[in-house]
Design a protein around this ligand. Structure first.
Ligand code: FAD
Ligand code: SF4
Length: 470
């Protein structure tokens, strides 16, 4: 291969440092929370549409115009109470939802010159500020039952489920194999998009409500599912989607080639000071990094590498910019921070030569649309090139993997490993084992935080009906 493809050692612009610095400053501005007058100004822009499209596009169907009105009237605690009626993690969704595709994308004001109300920022403001001022979820009217439910997974789905259960007098005990709650909120989404203190605060609030967390506990290893089924009245599974999708080309196992999630988790654990014994921090400082993929996980890897002071970060994606699966906002952020994009490049192999890695790419053109209407990349013969680098991060997404104990418990999955647990049935999100419910990425495949919260909450309603608490 080496005599056909010379290492091109492309020294692409390693990123405009000034732009990157400016962007970091802008981040600090974004994180600077709205003050009361900014929140009220945004809230006051709401037209109070009779049939609010924003509510329909919001996956948890937040009462958006109603809480905007309360904020405009200065009724913060009432707004917090109302916001929590539909969303278990409003301060988190306010930060990480792709609002341009959801609530804000549907705002009527988009059709007028001024643009959408900053719904996500106001949602974040309501809970952040209410917590700061001492508001806590009102549990005074809760009548306790003798029921208890095991929740596997402390990600958004598990937390959404636990929230509804505890508010209805059922004791949730949440098990997670990680050392902290949050699932991908803590160990996937980087700090610059979601501050980890926000999740720590939510943990305190939930513990105060009566939710019990048992961390560093993996079901199937530390405790058996049989034990949970014997000890609890029902089980909810919100175990996410963690099967790494490989590219299927040569060289993926070479030293220096990293999977996206372990790279991000290593970065988070280094910041939290919880790196396991024997694992060291893998810094990209001074390194030339190539990220393969075009989704939000790829953008997180790009932007994490930039923040670790990589010498250069190149992101290669097999379609064009308009057809990238990731959020447009994230791509723009990555560009402004100095990430170089190579559109229409399909990876063919990762090679090793002269002590460095090289990513062999071929240029593509977009061909005819496939069954889903997406145009497939077609390779352009003779357009191969090799980009020399120190690390390659492969970010092609995640799939769900059925657990080894599913069969023995009669829990069925589809051909993509997703747990079968339909919304529309007698008990919402019940699996083929009547005592076991499921929701979030494990059921729908890798998706969004807000949809996992919704399904966790809906599954809790299914459990409450199954246990005849409702
Ligand atoms: P998870 O968050 O994956 O939580 C599952 C939990 O189950 C984990 O804590 C895991 O440790 C635990 N678990 C699994 N198996 C076991 C077991 N056997 N025993 C005990 N515990 C177990 N979505 C957005 O809306 N906005 C974003 O900006 C965004 N950015 C993302 C960035 C990255 C890098 C990634 C990977 C995803 C991102 N997502 C984003 C998607 C979002 O994080 C997920 O859709 C969401 O977290 C799914 O929630 P979940 O509760 O279903 O699963
Ligand atoms: Fe918008 Fe997400 Fe909040 Fe719904 S939960 S209002 S989609 S930011």
């Amino acid at each position: 291969m080496s005599d056909v493809f010379q290492f091109m050692n492309i020294t692409r612009n390693p990123g405009d440092k000034k732009a990157a610095e400016a962007r970091k400053i802008e981040f600090r501005e974004i994180y600077k929370p709205f003050d009361a007058s900014q929140a009220s100004e945004q809230a006051g822009r709401c037209l109070g549409c009779g049939n609010p499209y924003c509510e329909w596009e919001c996956p948890v169907h937040n009462y958006i115009p109603d809480w905007l009105k309360l904020v405009d009237e200065g009724k913060l605690f009432e707004a917090a109470e109302l916001s929590h009626k539909t969303n278990s993690l409003p301060e988190i969704c306010g930060r990480v939802c792709p609002q341009d595709r959801l609530c804000e994308g549907a705002c009527t004001l988009n059709q007028v010159t001024a643009g959408a109300v900053s719904i996500g920022s106001v949602e974040k403001y309501i809970t952040d500020e209410a917590f700061k001022q001492g508001w806590r979820p009102d549990m005074s009217g809760v009548v306790k039952t003798d029921k208890k439910v095991a929740v596997i997974g402390a990600g958004p789905a598990g937390l959404g489920c636990a929230d509804i259960l505890v508010r209805n007098g059922v004791k949730p005990v949440v098990f997670d194999r990680y050392e902290e709650i949050g699932g991908l909120l803590t160990f996937g989404i980087p700090e610059f998009k979601l501050e980890k203190e926000v999740i720590a605060q939510r943990r305190q609030i939930m513990e105060g409500m009566g939710v019990e967390f048992r961390l560093n506990t993996e079901i199937g290893k530390d405790i058996t599912i049989e034990q949970l089924l014997a000890d609890y009245d029902a089980v909810f599974m919100g175990m996410g989607a963690y099967k790494y999708m490989k590219g299927g080309f040569p060289g993926e196992d070479l030293p220096g080639v990293l999977e996206a999630l372990p790279f991000l988790v290593n970065n988070v654990r280094n910041s939290m000071g919880t790196l396991p014994a024997g694992e060291s921090f893998l810094s990209m400082a001074g390194k030339r990094v190539v990220v393969l993929g075009g989704g939000d996980t790829a953008m997180d890897c790009n932007r994490t590498s930039i923040r670790q002071d990589a010498k250069s970060v190149i992101c290669a994606y097999r379609r064009d910019e308009a057809n990238m699966p990731g959020s447009k906002r994230e791509v723009e952020n990555a560009k402004e921070e100095g990430v170089q994009f190579l559109w229409n490049r399909q990876p063919l192999a990762i090679v090793q030569q002269n002590g460095a890695l090289g990513v062999k790419l071929i240029t593509t053109e977009l061909g005819a649309p496939d069954a889903k209407g997406r145009r497939s990349p077609v390779e352009v013969p003779g357009s191969e090139e090799i980009i020399e680098c120190d690390h390659v991060v492969v970010a092609f997404g995640f799939q769900v993997q059925a657990e080894s104990w599913f069969d023995a418990q009669g829990i069925k999955t589809d051909d993509r490993g997703r747990t079968l647990a339909a919304e529309r049935q007698t008990f919402k999100y019940q699996t083929s084992n009547p005592k076991v419910f499921a929701g979030g990425d494990q059921v729908r495949g890798a998706d969004l935080v807000v949809r996992a919260v919704f399904e966790g909450r809906q599954a809790a309603e299914g459990i409450l009906e199954y246990l005849q608490v409702w």
